[in-house]
Design a protein around this ligand. Structure first.
Ligand code: GLC
Length: 605
């Protein structure tokens, strides 16, 4: 045992030697000119060493495992994103649902915000009042620890949201700031001069133009406006203050040492402000993330960082770090490809998907995309610019909102950006208001492509049961003003009990997704870093690409139209091919895809 600990210590020291200079350099660029910077850096250094020393031995042992290097890139990893309450009720009940997730093939569980939220409205938990406690409605810290322990034992990694851009207005820091404590006032951005606020606003974009217009909120006690990019009760943190960086770093270390395997860094684009700019994706944001990645690599190297930057591709790519391998976030949401797949489905052409998949390949080699079909937010199409004309984006959006004569979707318009609506709705409702065979096929198509692309696929809670839009929010005054609640239904465990044999839509879709996960895990061609080559020259409705190489190669082909379409088999079909998803076999050079069908073809050996 001693020797293991000693080796772990030695590795920790080696990591310190490697990563501390990276962090120190990034922090020097961010804060080097602040008074007392050297002392501040020295104190941070001590905090990092202390956090590394406090890392529990079982987690340190796991840090040493070869399988822990880039575990998130493996073909065996499939994610699932869920709200604790809507999925399981409480943290204590959640372990009882892990069997269900494992049957689905899930080994990465992203739990949407669960830290103690603000009292009253909290933007679905994205207004955190205490980063050191969990939401009492979900349970206790002890329940949370027990859940992490149980999940880790089963090989399921728990990933949580770190709401790092803002705190709730009733967080202790905000309360102290409100009372005029100068230390905490500097944790936020206050402006006393309305002319200054107006000047800033001129360059900013509203994230919630309808439900929370404007980016500042008046605080009467301070006779000043505080920066609130999102809702008025979400106060943006001031990362130009090194104390904020330090405080949030401690939050990261503590949670990592509790056994959290990854963090979804919420609203990463907004962490730094500079007057006269849109205050999105500024270079300093990348400095913060470079420093966090390096510090975590010392304390908890297997912990993964995921950027939540729902921006255009050229803005998202830098969140992975640079092509020379310097790291920021290991994972980033592939929001452009997600929106493109919906546009392709709505328009019946694979063109948008081709364009965005091709462009998303420009990421640095070490970066891994999080591929997904739906999440708890609206689908925003602006990432399709400049690849898909605005008029087509708009047509796709209206199609998904059910506002076109030939539409099969039952989505809702949420808000509008640059003339293109963003869309709310559960995948199953967007995939077919009839909830019939075509709905199943469209869901299978979207997930079949998403699971096959290079990256880590994440299922959104309920999609595996084809859960439809949840309209109950409309009658709840606390939620009725927020259209995103339509895609946040509670799990339907009665439906989950229906197997595929019952022939119900839920049973069939769940079976489809479990098969995708299983088949993916069995084929190294689906490793995140395995080759992905788009195949041109297919009919317009078809998306085709080849994953992996040689005998292991898999040709993925997906039909986005409601007509049967012929695809060319691009594998060496001398000995024939087999569809890994349906076990269909053949030797022909072309193959017919039924409406919305997806095939994963492999050459016969
Ligand atoms: C992210 C979340 C979203 C939330 C916002 C503010 O975009 O996904 O749900 O409203 O951040 O925290």
């Amino acid at each position: 045992m001693d020797s293991v600990v000693t080796r772990a210590d030695a590795q920790q020291q080696a990591r310190f030697a490697e990563y501390w200079p990276i962090a120190a350099q990034a922090l020097g660029e961010l804060y080097g000119r602040a008074d007392g910077f050297e002392r501040w850096l020295q104190e941070l250094r001590e905090a990092v060493i202390a956090a590394a020393a406090q890392r529990p031995s079982e987690l340190r042992d796991r840090d040493q495992l070869p399988s822990d290097t880039e575990w998130w890139a493996a073909e065996t990893v499939v994610g699932y994103s869920a709200y604790v309450d809507r999925f399981a009720g409480t943290l204590r009940e959640l372990p009882g649902r892990l069997d269900y997730l494992q049957e689905l093939g899930v080994s990465y569980l992203h739990l949407l915000p669960l830290m103690k939220p603000r009292q009253g409205e909290s933007d679905g938990g994205y207004a955190v009042a205490d980063f050191e406690d969990v939401d009492p409605a979900l349970g206790s810290l002890a329940d949370f620890r027990a859940l992490i322990g149980e999940a880790n034992e089963r090989g399921i990694r728990i990933v949580i949201d770190l709401v790092c851009n803002h705190t709730a207005d009733d967080h202790n820091w905000a309360l102290a700031a409100r009372q005029g404590d100068p230390r905490y006032r500097d944790y936020y951005h206050f402006h006393e001069d309305p002319a200054q606020v107006d000047a800033l606003e001129r360059h900013l974009i509203d994230v919630f133009p309808k439900s929370a217009p404007g980016n500042f909120t008046y605080v009467a006690e301070r006779a000043a406006w505080v920066w609130t990019t999102f809702y008025p009760f979400q106060w943006d943190l001031n990362y130009s203050n090194p104390a904020v960086f330090r405080a949030m770093s401690e939050v990261l270390f503590n949670l990592a040492n509790m056994g959290i395997a990854g963090f979804r860094l919420d609203s990463t684009a907004f962490l730094w402000k500079r007057p006269g700019t849109s205050c999105r994706n500024l270079p300093e944001v990348h400095g913060i993330l470079t420093a966090w990645r390096a510090l975590l690599s010392i304390v908890a190297p297997g912990v993964v960082l995921k950027a939540e930057a729902i921006e255009r591709l050229e803005e998202v790519l830098p969140y992975f770090g640079a092509a020379d391998g310097s790291r920021e976030c290991d994972l980033a949401y592939n929001n452009g490809v997600m929106a493109a797949l919906w546009a392709s489905l709505a328009l019946g052409t694979a063109a948008p998907a081709y364009r965005l998949i091709d462009a998303a390949a420009a990421k640095p080699a070490h970066g891994v995309w999080v591929n997904y079909v739906r999440c708890h937010d609206d689908i925003i199409f602006s990432a399709l610019s400049p690849f898909v004309p605005k008029a087509l984006q708009r047509r796709a959006a209206l199609q998904l909102a059910g506002q076109a004569l030939d539409s099969f979707s039952d989505g809702r318009v949420f808000q509008e950006f640059d003339g293109v609506p963003s869309i709310n709705g559960m995948a199953a409702s967007l995939a077919g208001r009839e909830q019939d065979h075509a709905t199943r096929q469209r869901l299978r198509l979207l997930y079949g492509v998403t699971f096959a692309l290079g990256g880590l696929p994440v299922i959104y809670m309920g999609d595996e049961l084809a859960l439809e839009n949840d309209l109950s929010y409309e009658a709840d005054p606390a939620r009725s003003g927020e259209g995103r609640w339509i895609q946040r239904p509670s799990m339907d465990w009665r439906r989950a009990a229906e197997g595929a044999a019952s022939g119900s839509l839920a049973g069939l879709v769940r079976d489809d997704l479990a098969r995708l996960a299983r088949t993916r895990a069995e084929n190294p061609a689906f490793h995140a870093h395995a080759a992905c080559e788009l195949a041109e020259g297919q009919p317009e409705a078809l998306l085709a690409f080849i994953r992996g190489a040689g005998a292991e190669a898999v040709q993925v082909v997906a039909n986005f139209s409601m007509a049967a379409t012929q695809a060319r088999v691009l594998l060496d079909s001398g000995r024939g091919w087999r569809d890994l998803l349906s076990s269909r076999e053949g030797t022909s050079e072309t193959i017919e895809l039924a409406p919305y069908d997806v095939l994963w073809l492999r050459g016969q050996r």
